[in-house]
Design a protein around this ligand. Structure first.
Ligand SMILES: NC(=O)c1ccc[n+]([C@@H]2O[C@H](COP(=O)([O-])OP(=O)(O)OC[C@H]3O[C@@H](n4cnc5c(N)ncnc54)[C@H](O)[C@@H]3O)[C@@H](O)[C@H]2O)c1
Length: 380
């Protein structure tokens, strides 16, 4: 088995996290690090340390370059690495402008190197289950998604690069791309219209942003990201309204959630693939009164609701039971996160070894997420 040699450019918080988890993989070795920062890395054994990232991408030993620097540096580094004959695992966001993102795509096509962007939440087993359920249409059409993300800002002092929009791109581009990408994957739809609003805490910190996105098959999604609260209230939820189900996924790195769904035997069977799936309540649909209209409401006798099938948005579904359930991953957040970043590297290696392998996240997927983020960030 070949051991793939990795070089990491940018050895800050996330570069170290990647090193920690990739160090546990059998066929991978991190052999070099490039960081222009002042920190000393002399305590890292058996690893070449470069101050200039250009020296790392010229290192003949390296197969894959992982780029973990602030976002405005991504495009130049990714293009240069591919031109040096390196495969690239690029941190999100792919870049901070549409032009830079398309430049990376063009360079990938010219050089034929493999590149993916670390939208690693796609590898989360809960998200994977719902991508699968979306593709099979098990829960009917996905009509509406709401992402609410209340993040803390204690680790983000006002002089952090995160707040400098010429470096980070702003919250939608730096951070929101994760959720645009997940919703793209869950729905299989592409954006058609995007509207964004935001608020500044002061001249530097645009700390709360929101967007509404209309997709090409009619789904509407709304997104809210706030970096303005205490850690105690940190919370992320992704609410999915399918024709046949209401789903709530919890956690920035999804770890658990709930479903209420109208099912038949076949649908019920397919739901068992969701990790940690447990049914808490089940009732025959015939026995449940539809209480959407309050008592005393007059009914029009000429409108006879069809009994055999359940109609949602004009589509007839053959379901007979209402169930409520929960799902949950057994691991800690750190373990799930670590496995996701391992999975994306393994995916890149599979693609290097077999060009017919389909990456879970293509560069075109990353372009789509950046496009929505750029349109959401319209500052006018
Ligand atoms: N996929 C994820 O879940 C995830 C999570 C966190 C961060 N990230 C991404 O990782 C990237 C880095 O984030 P971070 O939190 O580690 O930031 P950080 O500030 O902790 O680290 C960035 C590092 O890059 C180095 N650097 C800056 N300019 C450089 C240059 N020209 N050459 C070499 N090194 C340079 C800095 O010295 C620093 O050590 C960002 O794009 C961020 O969005 C992704």
């Amino acid at each position: 088995m070949k051991t793939y040699k990795i070089g990491i450019i940018g050895y800050g918080g996330f570069g170290k996290f990647l090193h920690h988890w990739w160090g546990q993989l059998e066929n991978v070795e991190v052999v070099a690090i490039a960081d222009s920062g002042k920190h000393s890395h002399t305590d890292i054994e058996n690893i070449k340390l470069y101050h200039d990232w250009k020296d790392l991408i010229s290192d003949a030993e390296i197969d894959i370059v992982s780029i973990v620097t602030p976002p405005s540096l991504h495009a130049e580094m990714a293009c240069a690495a591919m031109k040096s004959g390196k495969h690239v695992l690029l941190e999100k966001p792919a870049a901070i402008t549409k032009e830079d993102t398309l430049q990376i795509l063009e360079t990938q096509k010219e050089t034929g190197m493999i590149i993916t962007v670390d939208h690693m939440i796609r590898y989360n087993p809960i998200i994977q289950s719902f991508i699968q359920l979306g593709q099979s249409g098990t829960l009917g059409r996905l009509r509406h998604v709401v992402v609410n993300n209340y993040a803390q800002d204690a680790a983000l002092p006002s002089d952090h690069w995160f707040w400098k929009e010429d470096v980070s791109g702003g919250i939608f581009i730096e951070h929101g791309v994760h959720f645009f990408d997940i919703v793209n994957a869950l729905s299989g739809q592409k954006y058609s219209k995007v509207y964004g609003v935001s608020d500044h805490r002061n001249a530097i910190q645009r700390d709360r942003v929101s967007a509404i996105v209309l997709y090409n098959e009619g789904m509407i999604a709304s997104y809210y990201h706030a970096f303005s609260g205490p850690g105690f209230f940190e919370q992320t939820t992704i609410s999915l309204a399918y024709d046949l189900a209401r789903v709530e996924i919890e956690g920035w790195m999804p770890l658990k959630g709930t479903i209420t769904a109208m099912v038949n035997e076949d649908i019920k069977e397919q739901l068992t693939d969701i990790p940690g799936w447990t049914i808490n309540q089940t009732q025959e649909l015939d026995r449940i009164g539809d209480n959407s209209r309050p008592e005393g409401w007059g009914s029009d006798p000429s409108i006879i609701a069809p009994k055999e099938l359940t109609y949602c948005g004009g589509i007839a579904y053959d379901v007979n039971e209402m169930i409520s359930g929960t799902f949950q991953l057994p691991e800690t957040k750190g373990e799930v996160y670590g496995k996701c970043v391992q999975s994306i590297l393994i995916d890149v290696i599979k693609k290097i070894e077999n060009r017919d392998h389909k990456l879970a996240i293509t560069f075109e997927d990353a372009v789509e997420a950046v496009m929505i983020a750029v349109l959401s960030s319209d500052k006018e």
